[in-house]
Design a protein around this ligand. Structure first.
Ligand SMILES: [Zn+2]
Length: 246
């Protein structure tokens, strides 16, 4: 087996180790999640440091290591600079990186998640829009095997009709009918239709969805709560996004 390999990837995590080294987590196109050591990157003279910034798309060369692989070369392809200029856009970056860190645990080939994420960063650089993030979350849930059930009640299995009250479950991925007790998160027919549309459309087409800012926020809050169920923890970066709305 070759001792070296190359790939392009999106950086989603950095952890300092030792005096000047970092462990960098990268969503690569062909090798899934790679956690590799970048040596000397915190020295001022390091040429690699720019290429391993969070949410950068870079091309990498890796050498196989005994435990972790080593980044031997890194060159920036796109640093999505416009996303790193304001607090609001930085929270988008932090959130996307946190989601990736929690959902991508293996070296399984994650080519679709790579394409989805690079497409999202590309589109957000010219249009910071919460609906793009909603679409990303839904598609990521789908690609990772966490599709929410948007047609039947999670408790009793009944198909949900248009003319009954429905709720977003706060302990599972999907919806509940009005017969289930203690439900708080009412969800409208329009919201359910929007979720179904966003799950199947492209990132580009998600921008065609006609929703008000409040409706966007409600969709996002529902999706965020489902992500928190999957991850079993609070997503603070996801909540900060709402403090700095469009
Ligand atoms: Zn039910």
């Amino acid at each position: 087996m070759s001792r070296t390999y190359s790939d392009k990837g999106i950086v989603f995590k950095q952890v300092n180790i030792g005096e000047a080294d970092n462990i960098v987590s990268i969503l690569t196109k062909y090798h899934g999640r790679v956690d590799a050591v970048a040596k000397g990157v915190r020295k001022l003279t390091s040429r690699k440091s720019g290429s391993i910034e969070l949410a950068n798309l870079s091309s990498f060369a890796f050498a196989k290591g005994r435990n972790l692989d080593i980044i031997t070369e890194a060159k920036t392809i796109n640093d999505y600079k416009s996303l790193k200029t304001s607090l609001r856009t930085n929270f988008y970056i932090f959130f996307i990186c946190e989601v990736l860190d929690n959902i991508i645990k293996t070296e399984d080939r994650q080519k679709e998640i790579f394409s989805l994420t690079s497409g999202l960063l590309e589109m957000l650089s010219t249009n910071i829009n919460l609906i793009l993030l909603c679409t990303f979350i839904l598609k990521l849930m789908h690609l990772s095997g966490f599709d929410p059930n948007l047609t039947a009640c999670l408790q009793c299995g009944k198909q949900l009709s248009e003319d009954e009250k429905k709720y977003a479950s706060s302990f599972d991925l999907g919806l509940l009918c009005s017969r289930e007790k203690n439900q708080r998160n009412k969800i409208t027919n329009k919201q359910i239709k929007s979720l179904r549309y966003l799950r199947s459309c492209s990132l580009e087409d998600s921008l065609k969805l006609r929703v008000t800012d409040n409706e966007k926020t409600d969709l996002y809050i529902t999706l965020l709560s489902w992500l928190e169920i999957i991850f079993g923890k609070e997503m603070k970066s996801g909540k900060y996004i709402l403090k700095y709305k469009e």
